[in-house]
Design a protein. Structure first.
Length: 661
């Protein structure tokens, strides 16, 4: 086997003739037989997990062919952006970034001058073979990002070509280098922040170059936001202890594992002849010699192959680690870099009898073992972590279930059957539940219970239809689910009317959200979707804003989702509408909108809790119909957990409340 090396700009690519060993594999993709997968336990890992499309891996490279037949099914698209309308729909600073972003400045309008917008890059990160010479096409540098993307997440088990390590994943296309390998690190920090802010769980950077303070800050930002970063070691046969390269050496000497640096081994498990080394920067090793993957496919430009083998370089070892990280993340959605790095580094294969210091210089902790990392994550799965404090109720049957155990239907059936809503109250050391249900055609009954569901009193309120209920300390708030000018009423725990608020125009139903400080927010259409804020004593509106991102009123939750100690608002889940959720600041500043479920239109309620204990509230979406799972979302619209409630198929509706202790 031979290879020829091409070094251009900041990317080093190794390309050679196809010469692949054959291994038995567990999928029907014919080219998934390769020694790199066999020796890292990929096939065994696939028996336990194939990954999840809820995990996004950003490929920061020279762009990959997201329309490749074996990549398209796993390609990330920005669903919050409307294609080609010239508007930054999701307010992320990038116009029409449906398929990702190219951070290479480009004179799009051809006027010879780079405008501020053109300096930012453009919305097509796909490598373009037009304009390349035949020699440049043969060198294959334009394939680099596509090779990397395919190793991470080519679609698995589709009888095409090969499968990536993570058969199910979403690949985000972020371009910082052009087709010929030319580029600088000037925009790398912005590329990293783009990936983080748009929901990436893992970032792969198969490139090396000089470092700067902006890159250091961006990688630190990714780490603090819970994003795994994997970087190639480079192919200069260089001692990184003496001559560090970046980004992989960014965390050298800082005492915190922010990034994984990956060296390359050959089939004999020796360090690859081209691989850089150095214990201060190398954390793990993986196969980077003679691998096969997807390549840029463009028959009209003479690129008729969809797959090529014989790729050599640390650039192609790093994506195996990124794919493994994606599999671990799929099993443990709440894990961040610290936990995932531990899973990968503590399960490596380490050749016995070696000099520890020399071994670490070449291989870091050792050889990636994907199956063992997956097993490590599976062994630490705990059922419904920290959620014994969410109660799910079927209002049709009265059956209830918390997140830890099943309550027999006879326990609460009389109490919870046919209720409109349920919430938790806590006051003067006492806590329990409040329910609201129909008394007659003109009244609703509000009942207070202890934690053990013993009734401690009830009172009737005027209402001709269902009510929402919320509470803060000794105040109970109710709002009509039906059309009315009454926006909300406030009562004491004993049932005394404290205040009520009417709007000028009749609304079609209102939702309530109460902050931990006792601020009340209402959400209604009157006629436009409006959020109104009320401070105690709740007799007049404090402020309001109009909701532009949604078309129908759904649920509302108040939470500090970004950890800035200022409450934000989560809105969404309207019945009969697309399953959208939006985040707003309390002053009405729009943050983001995303799809919480796929083809589901039956609505969901929204609650908040700090699920992953990171000091930032997460949003819980609870579908009213039990056909979809409960899900947990971060402020970056990243799903970090999900589970199904009610095993019985007869449960067709559910409501929920969150208990805080």
């Amino acid at each position: 086997m031979f290879y020829k090396k091409r070094v251009v700009g900041i990317i080093v690519v190794f390309f050679a003739v196809l010469c692949m060993p054959q291994f038995v594999h567990a999928v029907n993709d014919p080219l998934s037989q390769q020694w790199a997968y066999n020796d890292t336990g990929v096939y065994a890992a696939w028996a336990k997990t194939q990954g999840s499309r809820d995990v996004i891996v950003a490929v920061i490279d020279n762009g990959f062919d997201m329309l490749h037949p074996d990549i398209l099914g796993n390609a990330w698209t920005n669903t919050d952006e409307v294609a080609n309308n010239g508007i930054d729909d999701d307010n992320n600073g990038y116009i029409d970034d449906v398929w990702g972003w190219s951070f290479i400045p480009e004179d799009v309008d051809g006027d010879g001058v780079l405008s501020d917008r053109e300096l930012l890059g453009m919305n097509n990160p796909r490598p373009r073979p037009e304009g390349l010479t035949n020699e440049q096409k043969q060198e294959g540098i334009l394939h680099h990002g596509t090779v990397v993307a395919g190793l991470i997440g080519a679609v698995g088990n589709n009888a095409k070509g090969l499968s990536g390590v993570a058969q199910q994943v979403r690949l985000m296309n972020v371009r910082v280098v052009d087709e010929s390998g030319q580029g600088t690190f000037n925009m790398l920090d912005e590329a990293i922040r783009y990936a983080v802010d748009n929901g990436a769980s893992v970032i792969n950077m198969s490139l090396v170059g000089p470092g700067n303070e902006e890159i250091t800050a961006a990688i630190e930002y990714a780490y603090k936001e819970g994003v795994v970063v994997v970087a190639a070691a480079g192919n200069n046969r260089q001692d990184l202890n003496l001559s560090p390269l970046y980004p992989l050496c960014e965390d050298a000497g800082v005492g915190e594992q922010r990034i994984l640096g990956v060296s390359s081994i050959d089939e004999a498990h020796h360090i690859s002849s081209f691989s850089n080394q150095g214990s201060t920067c190398i954390d793990i090793t993986a196969p980077g010699d003679g691998v096969t993957s997807t390549v840029r496919f463009s028959p009209t430009n003479g690129l008729t192959e969809q797959y090529l083998g014989g790729w050599h370089g640390t650039s192609f070892a790093a994506p195996l680690v990124s794919g493994a990280a994606a599999l671990v993340k799929a099993i443990q959605p709440s894990w961040g870099p610290k936990e995932i790095y531990t899973a990968l580094l503590s399960t490596v294969h380490r050749t016995a009898g070696q000099d520890d210091a020399v071994y670490k210089e070449l291989f870091g902790a050792g050889l990636l073992q994907v199956d063992k990392a997956v097993a490590y994550a599976l062994e630490r799965v705990t059922a419904n972590k920290d959620f014994q404090d969410i109660l799910f109720v079927s209002a049709q049957t009265g059956v209830s279930e918390n997140s830890m155990e099943w309550h027999p239907s006879t326990v609460y059936s009389n109490t919870l059957q046919n209720i409109d809503d349920v919430t938790m109250y806590a006051f003067d050391g006492q806590s329990g539940y409040l329910t609201v249900q129909k008394k007659n055609n003109a009244e609703r009954l509000i009942t207070r219970y202890t934690e053990d569901w013993e009734s401690v009193g009830s009172f009737a309120v005027s209402a001709v239809g269902p009510l929402h209920i919320a509470s803060f300390e000794n105040t109970i708030f109710v709002s009509p689910e039906y059309s009315d000018t009454l926006l909300f009423s406030a009562y004491s725990l004993s049932g005394s009317l404290l205040t009520e608020y009417h709007v000028t125009h009749e609304h079609s139903g209102a939702s309530l959200g109460v902050s931990e400080s006792g601020v009340l927010y209402t959400y209604s259409a009157q006629p436009s979707l409006t959020v109104q804020r009320f401070d105690a004593p709740f007799t007049q509106e404090t402020s309001h804003f109009t909701v532009q991102s949604l078309s129908k009123r759904g649920s509302i939750a108040v939470a500090d989702i970004d950890g800035d100690h200022i409450e934000e608002l989560a809105l969404g889940g309207a019945v009969g509408d697309r399953p959208l959720m939006s985040y707003y600041e309390q002053d009405g500043t729009y943050r983001r909108t995303f799809i919480a479920y796929d083809s589901y239109v039956h609505g969901f309620s929204i609650h908040s809790v700090d699920y992953d204990r990171d000091g930032r509230d997460d949003i819980v979406t609870i579908p009213y119909a039990n056909t979809q799972p409960v899900r947990i979302w971060t402020n970056k619209s990243k799903k970090i957990a999900e589970w199904q409630t009610f095993s019985s198929s007869r449960i067709v509706d559910q409501i929920a409340t969150v208990r805080f202790f």
